[in-house]
Design a protein around this ligand. Structure first.
Ligand code: BDR
Ligand code: CA
Length: 309
């Protein structure tokens, strides 16, 4: 299942889950984050519709972080989170029930088999844990896009967006005992950005999915070209890079098992992810941190996905 604050690259990650052969996507749960919950659920429904997969249930989850006010990323992804495309009202409707109940139910139905692709602030996963502390024992793997491995963040120098928005949730989830793979922001910077020249085949594809991808990522592309402190003429893929790894494990070339925690009591470094690469804290490892990825294979997978008509 995918937990998403649907906007920008969340959509591409969903397309992988919805359309890649042999992936059984059981559900999409939605959390606030990039945009408000209502918009994020609408964007998720638009995505299942475009993918021709209205059979996949989409559940609405948390409308705000555990204790903080919501901070959004409209400034990155546009007013609708979809590059300003303003897609029409989706035809599929939301599934009944709360995302957190759905997550717990799925973990029971598929005990030992369910993998969760967490590509949003971790509020829904933390709420599920609070309701059901045994959850980690039933989940085969929790994939988390969040934090930064001893490198700069994106929303502040200290923090990556998902961990910044709900640092308390990230702290709870990291400490809960999941089999957890962490895909940090710096990995996306190194391996998950496709530059204008590389995107040429996508610009020329003119399939329904390539056009959808380009529309949805229009604002983030514009934002990246104007970013203070280093403009990048390309599209970033933090969530879809993680999804591709979850689908094809051989994309992962190197990992480190480490203790990871998140700062939630300082305002200056709110959401900072401490990744103890040298084990100086002598704490047991709680995360497998991905440090190197097969970028060419990721690119090939993305092009393969988008060229489907
Ligand atoms: C993360 O924040 C969101 O804006 C993206 O969807 C991604 O999950 C990157 O920091
Ligand atoms: Ca996301």
């Amino acid at each position: 299942m995918i937990d998403t604050d649907t906007a920008g690259d969340d959509v591409t990650a969903m397309l992988f889950g919805l359309l890649w052969p042999d992936v059984a996507l059981e559900a999409v749960t939605v959390c606030c984050g990039n945009v408000y919950l209502e918009q994020a659920t609408r964007n998720a429904l638009n995505t299942v519709e475009v993918a021709g997969r209205p059979d996949v249930p989409v559940y609405a989850g948390a409308a705000r972080p555990l204790v903080r006010d919501l901070v959004t990323a409209h400034y990155v992804h546009g007013p609708d989170g979809m590059g300003g495309a303003n897609f029409p009202e989706p035809t599929p409707s939301l599934a009944e029930g709360h995302a957190v109940d759905a997550l717990i139910e799925l973990s029971r139905r598929h005990a030992g088999e369910l993998e969760i692709i967490a590509q949003a602030p971790l509020t829904n996963i933390a709420l599920a844990l609070l309701l059901d502390p045994e959850l980690p024992s039933r989940v085969r793997r929790l994939w988390v896009m969040g934090g930064s491995n001893n490198r700069l963040g994106n929303i502040t120098p200290a923090a990556e967006f998902n961990f910044y928005v709900d640092p308390e949730a990230a702290h709870l989830v990291l400490a809960a005992g999941f089999e957890l793979t962490l895909v940090p922001w710096d990995l996306c910077i190194d391996y998950g950005i496709l530059l204008r020249d590389e995107l040429r085949p996508v610009l020329d594809m003119r399939t329904k999915l390539s056009e959808f991808y380009l529309q949805v990522n229009r604002s983030v592309w514009e934002f990246s070209t104007k970013a203070e402190g280093g403009s990048i003429d390309g599209i970033s893929h933090p969530d879809s890079l993680m999804m591709a790894m979850a689908i094809e494990h051989n994309l992962i070339l190197e990992t480190r098992d480490c203790f990871v925690d998140v700062e939630y009591s300082s305002e200056l470094t709110r959401g900072y992810s401490l990744v103890d690469l040298n084990a100086v804290l002598h704490k047991p490892s709680n995360a497998t941190v991905v440090t190197r990825v097969d970028r060419d294979r990721f690119k090939a997978m993305l092009f393969e996905l988008l060229s489907r008509s």
